[in-house]
Design a protein around this ligand. Structure first.
Ligand code: HEM
Ligand SMILES: CC(C)=CCC/C(C)=C/CC/C(C)=C/COP(=O)(O)OP(=O)(O)O
Length: 410
């Protein structure tokens, strides 16, 4: 039934391309999909009658190729219709002399809480903010999904291992987020979105923040070494270094590739989760990491479009700042396509079932629709909506993995 529906849709795309005038690139891509589809039907028939085992993977690869042709055709069609020329590149202004004074406000004139407990509350709140707690739920789900996948390979997940891995991970994310706050405090002052951060207002002295980050790192390592294993600790330390040094110091201020290359930091928790259970690296964990890696630009570029002026003020060459909104939108669509393909690859590599299949197709469609809306309605609100949908998409497929591997199977 699914193949029939897909076939009808491929055919409908072909008919639509004949009715509306499409350019040659789009026509060629849809033509490819139309030619590949009957081959796919034949391959499917071969599998149904017990053909060679290689037919299965080839069948999946061909399905991915058909999807890729149609997605690229869609992007070129949307681009042709609505996009302005790429004249919207901004120049990051790292040393902007005027923007630093007012954006962050003056801590001396900001209202100070009176009373010991109010001050204590404010300081605790400031330290909590340094740990970037809003990111944690999704990164924890990544690690949990990594652990769940490991159980499919026959390993057993002890609840204490799961708890210790998540605790070590949360502490590590807190540490790297803290280092990020310290290093970026001057640029944060110049950006509206970040001008209320604790270090901008000296709510926490930078030295104390560094000590806090080092402390969190040490406790994280102690937890992982005591209750999980050495390899998980090594990967977690690498993730802290990746985010706090490689991404924050080297990539983010210097190259528009910062998000693509930085995506590896967020992908590592998938491997950490798997390693925590098995003590070694496995293919399904790498496949999950690939999904996160490809998802990251589709996640962040939408936010960066909405805040491009802010990032330019901060002096960061984020992709929409350096290359313009039109190019960024196109890349969001391509990375989204790559994410959806990687997600099907993950399902196949890990042997996931229908809960994961249905969730990734349904939420993938919601994600794709939100990105298509960005082309039709290129406003910051629509871009921001797409940013949140990216999180729901990833959250949903990770939950589906956890459900299939730990709840249903366990
Ligand atoms: C280079 C990689 C990434 C960049 C540049 C990036 C950037 C951002 C930024 C700027 C925010 C807004 C933060 C704030 O306002 O406090 C954000 C929010 C968020 N990000 Fe990412 N992100 C990246 C990777 C990831 C990864 C790998 C995950 C998890 C798997 C993730 C999950 C989230 C979540 C859950 C939020 C919070 C959304 C909310 O406010 O509800 N991000 N991201
Ligand atoms: C296990 C472990 C330590 C994992 C660390 C991985 C990690 C925290 C990845 C997330 C990357 C991230 C949310 C960047 C935020 O962008 P930004 O810092 O550019 O955002 P900003 O503009 O708000 O500062």
């Amino acid at each position: 039934m699914a193949a029939l529906v897909a076939g009808c849709l491929v055919l409908a795309s072909g008919l639509a391309a004949r009715r509306v005038e499409v350019n040659r690139r789009v026509a060629a891509l849809i033509g490819c999909a139309l030619v590949l589809f009957p081959v796919q039907v034949l391959l499917g028939a071969t599998i149904a009658v017990g053909g060679p085992s290689v037919a299965g993977p080839v069948h999946l690869a061909l399905a991915m190729a058909i999807f890729a042709c149609l997605l690229v055709a869609l992007v070129f069609t949307l681009d042709d219709g609505t996009l302005e020329e790429e004249t919207d590149r901004l120049t990051p202004t790292p040393e902007s002399p005027t923007s630093g004074d007012d954006a962050g406000g003056d801590p001396a004139t900001a209202p100070q809480p009176t009373g010991r407990s109010a001050r204590l509350k404010r300081t605790i709140g400031a330290y909590l903010t340094l740990t970037k707690p809003r990111l944690m739920w999704l990164l924890c789900l990544v690690a949990l999904a990594g652990m769940g996948l490991a159980t499919l390979s026959g390993a057993t997940l002890e609840p204490s291992t799961a708890l210790a891995t998540l605790a070590g991970g949360v502490l590590a994310i807190g540490a790297s987020g803290t280092f990020n706050h310290v290093y970026e405090r001057d640029r944060d002052r110049r950006m509206d979105r970040t001008s209320d951060r604790p270090l901008v207002h000296d709510l926490v002295p930078a030295r104390n923040a560094v000590a806090f980050g080092v402390g969190l790192t040490a406790v994280s390592m102690a937890v992982l070494l005591t209750w999980v294993n050495a390899l998980a600790a090594v990967f977690t330390l690498a993730a802290i270094g990746y985010y706090a040094a490689l991404y924050t110091v080297v990539l983010k201020p210097n190259t528009a590739w910062n998000t693509v290359l930085g995506g590896g930091a967020g992908a590592l928790p998938a491997v950490i989760g798997w390693v925590a259970v098995t003590g070694r690296v496995g293919l399904p964990a790498v496949a999950l990491a690939a999904v996160i890696f490809l998802w990251t630009p589709a996640h962040f570029y939408s936010l960066a479009i909405a805040y491009r002026d802010d990032y330019a003020r901060g002096g960061f060459p984020m992709y929409p700042v350096a290359e313009g909104v039109a190019a960024a939108r196109r890349h969001i669509a391509f990375y989204l396509g790559a994410t959806l393909l990687a997600a099907s690859g993950l399902g196949w590599v890990a042997g996931l079932g229908w809960v994961y299949g249905i969730t990734s197709v349904a939420l993938g469609a919601v994600f794709l629709r939100s990105v298509v809306r960005q082309f039709r309605q290129p406003t910051d609100e629509v871009a921001l909506r797409s940013f949140y949908v990216s999180n729901y998409y990833l959250g949903a497929i990770l939950l589906a993995i956890v459900l299939e591997t730990l709840v249903v199977a366990g």
